[in-house]
Write a protein that binds this ligand. Structure first.
Ligand code: NAD
Length: 340
């Protein structure tokens, strides 16, 4: 079994080396992202492994299938970068549905606390022996209302963390589930009543620009927005306008719609071409992290173990419980473990 691994970062290697060795998988690491220009590198490989910012378009899928690649192994949960409709019948798509919801939920809370207690500013000030408290007044989370959009694995853990802080949790989900201490409501009510809004739903046709200018209009003045899910859930230009008009009081973004050519890379010393991102980052009440919410030791171990097991199961047994399937016109987990 030969595996081509795209968009490799140094932190990927130790755990993938370990699990591939255990299963006898021959892994080749490529630093480049997978896209139409680089797909040719998969020549001679049985499977390719990709992450959130690789481009798995119809063109790439056709190329991979033509090269004899059988499996696309996502080392992440989200699959919005894969043309799932086109993959059906051509490429088996395996994913890691859960690796550590705690990693992402805890990072979301870290961002919220950093923002409302100005820790990012205090850190820089005290490094310069500036111990002034000017403009550092925050607010208590206790007693505030948080609106959680998407109450799956991560959203539920985040809701639990918020309840631990004594916050009231409102939730909106297309498919509401039983969740302790969470009050489900419609999206408009959540927007109108929440002091803090946190996004934990997937990016789909339904959720593209879920938070746009009209949605921000419905929010409380001064609302704090948290997005550790996917960038395109938020219309970034509308967010910028809402920050300028003081409707949005603060924004913490671990993801950004146009992140794919920027995030995970050192762009210091380059001219920032993306004016919206540059303006957002320049705001005193915006914190941007570089899609790092997943990045814990536990998550990296679990990602590697599940990804390698997925590939191993597929090639040994012809099926994998973590295969995604487009049968029925919508991409979802494949119940019988074999999509086609
Ligand atoms: P999940 O599948 O367990 O939960 C997603 C929830 O969203 C489900 O309850 C689902 O019913 C709900 N949902 C689906 N469509 C919706 C809609 N139109 N409106 C409202 N809710 C809807 O997923 P998860 O593991 O909790 O992950 C959530 C998201 O977090 C992923 O889709 C991914 O984009 C993102 N993520 C980000 C990072 C990071 O490092 N920043 C890491 C992992 C996951």
């Amino acid at each position: 079994m030969k595996l081509a691994f795209f968009d490799t970062k140094p932190y990927d290697r130790p755990s993938f080396d370990k699990y591939c060795k255990e299963k006898g998988i021959d892994i080749k690491y490529f630093e480049t992202k997978l896209n139409a220009d680089t797909a040719e590198l998969a020549h001679g490989y049985d499977a390719v492994c990709v992450f959130v910012n690789d481009t798995v378009s119809a063109e790439v899928i056709d190329k991979l299938a033509e090269l004899g690649v059988k499996v696309l192994a996502l080392r992440c949960a989200g699959f919005n970068n894969v043309d799932m409709k086109h993959a059906f019948g051509r490429l088996h798509v395996l994913r890691v549905p859960a690796y550590s919801p705690y990693a992402v939920a805890e990072h979301t809370m870290a961002l919220l606390l950093t923002s409302v207690r100005r820790i990012h500013k205090a850190y820089i000030r005290s490094k310069d022996f500036n111990f002034s408290l000017a403009n550092f007044t925050g607010f208590d989370l206790h007693g505030k209302t948080v609106g959680v959009i998407g109450t799956g694995r991560i959203g539920r853990v985040f809701a639990d963390i918020c309840r631990g802080f004594g916050m009231k949790v409102l939730a909106y989900d297309k498919y509401p589930a039983d969740a302790d201490g969470v009050e489900y409501t419609d999206l408009d009510t959540l927007l109108a009543k929440s002091d803090i809004i946190s996004l934990h739903c997937p990016l789909t046709d339904d959720t593209y620009h879920l938070l746009d200018a009209a949605a921000f209009e419905k929010c409380k003045k001064g609302v704090v927005l948290l997005n550790t899910s996917r960038g395109a859930l938020v219309d970034a230009e509308a967010l910028l306008a809402a920050i300028k008009s003081r409707k949005v009081g603060a924004a913490c973004l671990d993801v950004y719609e146009e992140e794919s050519d920027l995030f995970f890379e050192d762009n210091s010393g380059h001219i920032m071409e993306d004016d919206v991102l540059a303006r957002l980052i320049s705001m005193p009440n915006v914190i941007v992290t570089s899609h790092q919410a997943f990045l814990t030791e536990e998550a990296l171990e679990n990602i590697a173990e599940t990804t390698v097991n997925n590939i191993d199961n597929f090639f040994k047994n012809g099926r994998c419980e973590n295969e995604l399937c487009y049968r029925g016109g919508e991409a979802r987990d494949c119940k019988d473990g074999k999509c086609f």
